[in-house]
Design a protein. Structure first.
Length: 211
């Protein structure tokens, strides 16, 4: 795909959604961090159901740490992998309290050192909470980038590297939100909804549908 096509795709996605937001509920960098940590192999809807009950009770490193692992589990038991996630949440809270004054660090290395936090989670926090032009590549973005041929790669790291290279600066802050929402609702996994896609004529996917 050439850059002229890419820019037109990005313009259409921007015109359709000028101020894209994550679908996770959050009101502080810490709430976002915990929500993204919990969202691994889980839907945003399921995470929101859990955090909507958890955060009114505890939404700081200290108050969540005070709940303990079993206390956290009682709020997130409807989410996949809740046992290991509860342990990671408590360990993360301890590190934030001991090493960062109870604040979420605006630093990639420090974020990725937190239990359960990988590059994707760090990218989401840096982008959404702190306004960094990072691109968090999840399964939706990986699929959309390869299927449309917008930014092809054999793994999420390659796709991220390509996106960072081909997406112009003016679009970088919001592009991961546009692509994830496009993958979640239009360019879905089993049968993409090409017939209702606003970039269908620019997409290089060969097996397009009429849906």
């Amino acid at each position: 795909m050439n850059n002229t096509k890419r820019v037109e795709i990005l313009k259409r996605l921007r015109d359709n959604n000028p101020n894209p937001q994550t679908e996770l509920n959050w009101s502080s960098p810490f709430e976002l961090l915990i929500a993204v940590l919990l969202s691994a192999q889980a839907t945003d809807v399921s995470v929101n159901k859990a955090t909507d009950k958890l955060y009114p009770v505890a939404n700081t490193p200290q108050t969540i740490f005070d709940l303990g692992v079993d206390g956290v589990k009682s709020y997130i038991k409807t989410i996949g992998l809740f046992n290991s996630k509860a342990e990671n949440v408590i360990k993360t809270c301890r590190i934030l309290l001991d090493q960062h004054g109870g604040e979420v660090p605006e630093n990639r290395e420090a974020l990725e050192a937190l239990p359960g936090v990988g590059r994707k989670t760090a990218n989401v926090v840096l982008n959404t909470a702190f306004g960094w032009p990072t691109i968090a590549v999840d399964t939706h973005i990986y699929r959309v980038s390869n299927r449309t041929k917008f930014a092809m790669g054999k793994n999420v790291d390659q796709v991220e590297e390509k996106l960072l290279k081909v997406v112009p600066k003016e679009f970088k802050l919001d592009v991961h939100h546009w692509l994830i929402l496009h993958g979640r609702y239009t360019c879905i996994a089993r049968k993409p909804r090409c017939g209702s896609c606003i970039i269908e004529d620019l997409c290089d996917f060969k097996d397009k549908t009429d849906v």
